[in-house]
Design a protein around this ligand. Structure first.
Ligand SMILES: [Zn+2]
Length: 413
């Protein structure tokens, strides 16, 4: 390959990555203009937590999340009660810590031999015991060994829907990247190991999260000067000095607090952020293809948060949606749009792989006036479909097709 071609390939790759039509560039607003969020978490209610780790965290003013096993809490009940009084979060890590039977030590409590109802019962039991021992109800969970399933092979089932139902958030283990607050599934927060690491090693993750405005969730076990599965006290001291420096713009809080903030902020932003994602049916089987969940593709198509609509500016622009249709059949398509009288009347196509609707963009009155009208019927496959809305003819780079707010698909079968 000639150098010029390599350069061109890189150039196109860059354009592809930063092209705004692949999602609006949005910055997640952390409180007080902070650059990132950080949670420290420790699993299993290890003996060195109340004796060494928690006193140090109290001294440096950091509140952490402890994923405790009720039986281990009983070994130092007073110490754990003091941890609650100091403001640390007590969270669920199951009753007996089941992991894959591939670990020989876990073979008599193997996740492969669990069912979802047995897991549900044990998680509620763990919450009940923690409430009795410590007076607080856990709202977050850490998957023991980071494993998110029960059963095996054709009988394997995901634990994620259960965790999503019972808790605000669920944390994994041994992940590679921090949590993206705009996108991440709260039931699958990535947990990055902080055991047996120097502060310099952990700082690499902090820098990564800070640059991209993410939430770093660190996960450890024992808290001591040395030993296996141990977060070093010296690392914690250096980490605290760094994160407590206001210059570094880091919001440090337990997982539950940050998860609540992320959920509430996402909800408040949902109406004005373009985040292409699979459209699932509502309870009545309707599919809402909005400007927020569609993907603008083309040279100049743009999501306009002020109008909550896509604006078309060239004949090569289009919007694509991925949908999960409740069943194969016919759907009535109802469009909400605006257009100036001058630009109205151009042909549009709305198509699935099976069918298409062709029509002309009718007058709405003005760019500021949105109108809602049925545009016809469209056949969909049951399950996955890709739908495209585009101009019928390439009208060039001058003019506009319409501003499209949404298309609702109503099953008529
Ligand atoms: Zn554990």
């Amino acid at each position: 390959m000639k150098p010029s071609i390599i350069f061109l390939s890189c150039f196109f790759l860059l354009v592809y990555v930063i092209n705004p039509s692949f999602g609006q560039e949005v910055k997640f607003p952390w409180p007080e203009g902070k650059k990132m969020a950080l949670s420290l978490s420790f699993d299993d209610a290890r003996a060195s937590n109340p004796t060494h780790g928690i006193p140090l965290l109290n001294e440096v003013g950091i509140r952490a999340t402890f994923f405790v096993i009720p039986q281990s809490v009983r070994n130092n009940l007073k110490g754990w009660q003091q941890a609650v009084e100091s403001g640390h979060e007590m969270a669920n890590h199951s009753i007996i810590h089941p992991c894959s039977g591939n670990f020989v030590w876990s073979r008599n409590k193997a996740l492969e031999n669990y069912t979802l109802d047995k897991m549900r019962e044990e998680l509620l039991q763990a919450n009940f015991e923690i409430e009795n021992l410590l007076g607080v109800t856990p709202t977050v969970y850490a998957y023991p060994c980071g494993q998110m399933y029960v059963g095996s092979g054709q009988h394997a089932q995901s634990l994620i829907p259960l965790i999503s139902e019972l808790f605000v958030a669920g944390r994994g283990w041994l992940a590679e990247a921090p949590v993206d607050p705009l996108y991440a599934d709260m039931a699958q927060l990535t947990g990055i190991e902080m055991d047996n690491k120097t502060f310099e090693q952990i700082k690499a993750y902090i820098d990564q999260a800070s640059q991209s405005g993410q939430w770093l969730v660190l996960a450890g076990h024992e808290t001591n000067d040395s030993g296996r599965q141990t977060t070093y006290l010296e690392t914690l001291r250096q980490l605290a000095a760094y994160v407590n420096d206001p210059e570094n713009g880091i919001w440090v809080a337990p997982i539950g607090e940050i998860a609540d903030y992320v959920q509430a902020t996402r909800m408040a932003m949902a109406d004005t952020v373009n985040m292409p994602q699979l459209v699932r049916p509502t309870k009545d089987g309707k599919l809402h293809l909005t400007a927020e969940n569609g993907r603008g593709v083309g040279p100049r198509i743009e999501y306009m948060p002020d109008w909550r609509a896509f604006g078309w500016f060239t004949g090569k622009d289009r919007v694509e949606w991925e949908v999960d249709a409740p069943q194969i059949g016919t759907y009535q398509a109802v469009m909400e749009w605006s257009v100036s009288d001058k630009e109205s009347g151009k042909g549009f196509v709305f198509e699935s792989s099976k069918d298409s609707i062709r029509g002309q963009v009718e007058r709405s009155g003005s760019w500021e006036t949105f109108k809602t009208l049925s545009i016809g019927k469209l056949m969909l496959n049951g399950g996955y479909n890709k739908l495209v809305f585009r101009p019928e003819d390439d009208f060039g780079a001058e003019g506009a097709l319409l501003d499209l707010k949404q298309v609702t698909l109503i099953p008529v079968y």
